[in-house]
Ligand binder design. Structure first.
Ligand SMILES: Nc1nc2c(ncn2[C@@H]2O[C@H](COP(=O)(O)OP(=O)(O)O)[C@@H](O)[C@H]2O)c(=O)[nH]1
Ligand SMILES: [Mg+2]
Length: 233
């Protein structure tokens, strides 16, 4: 089983190198592929220096999901471990733990959730996971139609593939791991505006506007195993 990491990154110079190092240290991983479109900082240079292969996309009209699709297309791996470039405190041990249920055959998609603290984690683990850290066979990603690769909805689309196929998935908290929020990156006003856009995109997936069925959530609850938290290094 060959596993490549695909890491979408736009203007993530504070964190990209540490995340590339964590991904490269994950035992199952062959290559770390960073997909950069339109960064105005030195994300690509830092990613390369940390050992990643960097795919630079022309133009800046992309989206996270389109960057992920370009990464998958550039890889011939059997499975893809997606890792965001803006994680904080992420280690190879966390990613080993994310890969383990998938590699052991217990789940078709295994997801790492951020650590929101003991009480909130309980709730987060019972909601459809939106975090980008997840391993899956490439066919799962490739079965999403190109016109669904927009905005901030890709994680829900991936969940939906698993739910519609009644396939097992798992999620585990990555202890101590969080990310630089939009507010950290863009400041209070712009950060809140983009966060609102993200939730608006997600809400627009639901009926009567969108095409993600309510029963998807029911299947999500039935088919997801909550694994023990990954302690990291
Ligand atoms: N290449 C590329 N990466 C993107 C784009 N939008 C977001 N990303 C990356 O995708 C990851 C998650 O995006 P982020 O904005 O942090 O979403 P959030 O975690 O939901 O707040 C980060 O590594 C971003 O740099 C994009 O248009 N192009
Ligand atoms: Mg983020």
């Amino acid at each position: 089983m060959i596993v490549d990491v695909v890491m979408p990154a736009r203007d993530e110079s504070p964190t990209v190198a540490a995340n590339v190092a964590a991904a490269a240290g994950c035992a199952a991983v062959r290559t770390v592929l960073v997909v950069d479109d339109g960064s105005t900082d030195d994300t690509a240079v830092l990613a390369e220096a940390a050992g990643a292969v960097v795919l630079r996309l022309r133009g800046s009209a992309g989206s996270k999901a389109r960057a992920m699709a370009a990464g998958v297309a550039a890889s011939d791996a059997d499975a893809i471990l997606f890792v965001d470039a803006d994680c904080t405190e992420l280690t190879a041990a966390h990613l080993d733990a994310v890969c383990e249920p998938f590699l052991a055959g217990r789940s078709v998609m295994s997801i790492g959730a951020f650590d929101y603290g003991v009480r909130l984690n309980w709730l987060v683990l019972r909601c459809p996971p939106l975090s980008g850290e997840r391993i899956l066979p490439r066919w799962v990603f490739e079965s999403i139609p190109p016109d669904h690769l927009d905005g901030y909805t890709i994680e829900v689309r991936l969940n939906e593939v698993l739910c519609e196929g009644r396939l097992p998935m798992s999620v585990r908290t990555m202890r101590g791991v969080y990310h630089r929020t939009k507010r950290d990156k863009l400041g209070r006003v712009e950060g809140l505006r983009r966060t609102w856009w993200m939730y608006r995109d997600l809400l627009s997936l639901l009926p009567p506007v969108g095409d993600v069925r309510w029963r998807t959530y029911w299947f999500y609850l039935r088919q997801t195993t909550i694994e023990a938290a990954a302690p990291g290094m």
